[in-house]
Design a binder for this molecule. Structure first.
Ligand code: TXA
Ligand code: MG
Length: 310
């Protein structure tokens, strides 16, 4: 997918309006935050989120940070204990992401959390990010706006150098002031999951010493391996054995189908939700072959991890 024309949107009211429109229609917009540029999509729209992975060429699904305009908005999606509330009051808006349990009616696509039951939330301070979140009035999933494996972008030119032709637009807000990703805190006991824009000392001044053990959370980047169905998973199956449920793709119909038309974006959007739904029935799951191209690589990576002996 490198055939679309990527618009550079000016940092004025009309640029912000256009950016919000693109998000509303399921498109991808890079936007400045005070840390780095994020590649945004509607966090409730699984297909839009799948396009983030496609545009970045990410070979695996990592959970993404969900950006919202306020703590109040964040509490629609996640549950905040007293430590998390104090951190939010002290450092939001700002370069801190908080990993909290998903709220009951969180409304987010399971692709955003890579099937986990926690979500990373952040209220960015950059005025353009704030303007976009307020115009869009919904949660925006956004990893750094760079191709997978490349350096995080701190200008709109960096974004275009890496992703031009693969995303709808970049909202040009000049250079980011922090230039380093947000600090990530989460888990029980509370742990520092990634160093970033807020110093560990500043956080510990509020919470006391952070755990070094990772709060029961694997280092970010390896998290996708955490979710696996309880049942055994068998890959590359064209039909189910008598005791199995079949997760279909394309012409391999199955009990549930990731994408009857063989669309990998749709399949990615459905992956975690369908796995959860089949797993809830408590039987082993057979999975139809998925082409190992484009987003299919990330889907297959995820499926192989889920199928691995544990
Ligand atoms: O400054 C930033 O944080 C930038 C801007 C755009 O906000 N975003 C960013 O996103 O750096 P990304 O996708 O490059 O990094 C997100 C990190 C990943 O390492 C991921 O594993 C971790 O956040 N993460 C997301 N959800 C998580 C969760 N539920 N539990 C633990 N870690 C999580
Ligand atoms: Mg990144």
């Amino acid at each position: 997918m490198s055939d679309m024309e990527t618009q550079r949107l000016a940092s004025d009211a009309s640029g912000v309006r256009s950016a919000a429109e693109i998000l509303r229609s399921g498109g991808l917009v890079a936007f400045p935050t005070e840390t780095v540029y994020g590649l945004g999509a509607d966090a409730r729209d699984g297909q839009a989120v799948a396009r983030i992975y496609e545009a970045k060429g990410r070979p695996a699904f990592n959970p993404l940070i969900v950006h919202v305009g306020s703590l109040e908005a964040a509490q629609r999606h996640g549950v905040f204990n007293s430590d998390m509330l104090r951190l939010a009051h002290r450092f939001w808006p700002g370069p801190l992401s908080l990993v909290v349990p998903l709220a009951p009616d969180h409304g987010l696509s399971p692709l955003v959390t890579a099937g986990l039951d926690t979500v990373a939330l952040r209220v960015p301070a950059h005025p353009l990010a704030q303007a976009l979140l307020s115009a869009f009035d919904g949660p925006v999933a956004a990893p750094s706006a760079n191709p997978s494996g490349r350096i995080s972008p701190t200008t709109a030119d960096h974004v275009l150098a890496g992703l031009s032709g693969r995303i709808d637009a970049v909202l040009d807000g000049g250079a980011c002031t922090v230039g380093l990703e947000s600090t990530i805190v989460g888990g029980t006991p509370l742990a520092l999951l990634r160093h970033g824009g807020v110093a560990q000392e500043e956080i510990e001044a509020l919470t006391g010493p952070l755990s070094k053990a990772g709060g029961g959370i694997t280092a970010p980047g390896q998290l996708a391996s955490h979710y696996a169905p309880r049942a055994a998973l068998r890959l590359d199956a064209n039909r189910a054995n008598p005791d199995e449920l079949l997760l279909g793709f394309g012409a391999v119909t199955g009990d549930l189908n990731l994408s009857p038309t063989g669309d990998l974006v749709e399949a990615a959007a459905n992956l975690f939700g369908h796995l959860h739904a089949l797993d809830a029935q408590g039987k082993p799951i057979a999975v139809a072959p998925i082409p190992d191209t484009s987003l299919g690589r990330a889907i297959n990576d995820r499926l192989r991890r889920a199928a691995a002996p544990r």
